[in-house]
Design a protein around this ligand. Structure first.
Ligand SMILES: Cc1ncc(C[n+]2csc(CCOP(=O)(O)OP(=O)(O)O)c2C)c(N)n1
Ligand code: SF4
Ligand SMILES: [Mg+2]
Length: 330
């Protein structure tokens, strides 16, 4: 075999990955937990997009859902509660060449991390953010979260929660610079995959809320919607998600929705019954913060090295009498 054919084969081998190449460890989620479906969809996405594991990072906060990076054979950062987004933004800022995913729970994102969530939308960095919304704090064993429906009995609300649930879709759609918002449910794998794929291809912050079952603490919470397909509203559009014949046959409650229409997206997003599934909003024209910041300021390895040296030199103790003019970081 010629050298070039061998090189070509070796390159193919290095660049081609099977599903197993993205799998790591045995998930420790409960049987029937919707996190399993989200993990499977993301692993499939990485395989289909041929993402190089060493160029891919999954970032999370704390919670059952935030264990996801452990199960991806890529780089990962299991962060601290509520802080997945700023960690991911830091990574993206320093390494815009990496594919950065964020997995966050409803407590993680909408409660302790709410301030970061709002600002991350406005900064619109190129991240794929997946909100695992099981409407409860799962890891800490059943406390009400901001997305718990009114009346939810939990350890913190034994007589039922008093407040109407926060709607993560309408909140996100209300923030300046929002560029991609979608909703999926863990029990329709085909739509979940299609939505995550569209989110990945969007340049900017794509926010995907996935309604995720937690059979341990809120068993049967989504049963009315799972057992009655007419209580889901499938969004269809050539510039959003186009429904396959098999999906269209089962889910007959459909709506032609142009994801470029923000006002209509907000209206649809406010419906909790039927539950909208699909791409609510997509605006590829919103600039990404990392592009604005890096514009005209390419950072070479040498420049970074000089900058670090200049910073470290500030702390050098020079021998007495030596006259040193410190270099200035460029
Ligand atoms: C600063 C801080 N506060 C509180 C906690 C305790 N804590 C860990 S996970 C969690 C809630 C997780 O709920 P959610 O984000 O919905 O994730 P889930 O477990 O449901 O996937 C809390 C309150 C913590 N680890 N750190
Ligand atoms: S407690 Fe709920 S969210 Fe956590 S692993 Fe079990 S089913 Fe999933
Ligand atoms: Mg939760």
């Amino acid at each position: 075999m010629s050298t070039s054919a061998t090189a070509c084969l070796l390159r193919m081998y290095a660049e081609h990955h099977e599903l197993e190449d993205y799998q790591s460890g045995v998930p420790r989620w409960c049987t029937g937990c919707g996190d399993n479906a989200i993990l499977a969809a993301l692993q499939r996405l990485c395989r289909d997009e041929e993402l190089r594991p060493e160029k891919t990072v999954f970032v999370s906060g704390i919670g059952c859902s935030s264990r996801l990076p452990h199960y991806m054979h890529t780089y990962g950062f299991h962060g601290i509660h509520g802080r997945a987004l700023p960690i991911a933004e830091g990574i993206k800022m320093a390494r815009p060449d990496l594919h950065v995913f964020v997995n966050t729970g409803d407590g993680d994102c909408c409660s302790i991390g709410a301030a970061h969530w709002i600002h991350a939308i406005r900064y619109n960095m190129n991240l794929t953010v997946v909100l695992h919304d099981n409407q409860i704090y799962g890891l800490t064993k059943k406390q009400a979260s901001p997305t718990s429906p009114i009346g939810t009995q939990s350890n913190t609300t034994p007589r039922g929660s008093y407040l109407e649930a926060l709607n993560p879709l309408t909140v996100t759609l209300g923030v300046q610079n929002v560029s991609f918002v979608a909703q999926a449910v863990d029990w329709i794998p085909e739509a979940l995959y299609a939505i995550l794929s569209a989110a990945f291809h969007h340049k900017g912050l794509s926010f995907v809320r996935v309604l995720q079952r937690c059979p341990e603490w809120l068993p049967n919470a989504f049963d009315p919607w799972m057992h009655d397909p007419s209580r889901l509203l499938l969004l269809n559009h050539e510039r959003g998600m186009t429904l396959s014949p098999s999906l269209a046959r089962v889910y007959k409650n459909q709506l032609e929705h142009d994801p470029g229409d923000l006002d209509r997206a907000r209206e649809i997003a406010s419906s909790t019954d039927p539950i909208p599934v699909g791409i609510l909003y997509h605006n590829p024209a919103v600039p990404c913060y990392e592009d604005l910041r890096h514009a005209g300021q390419a950072r070479t390895t040498e420049m970074i090295g000089r900058g670090l040296d200049a910073e470290l030199d500030k702390f050098t103790v020079w021998p007495e009498g030596v006259d040193v003019t410190l270099p200035v970081a460029s």
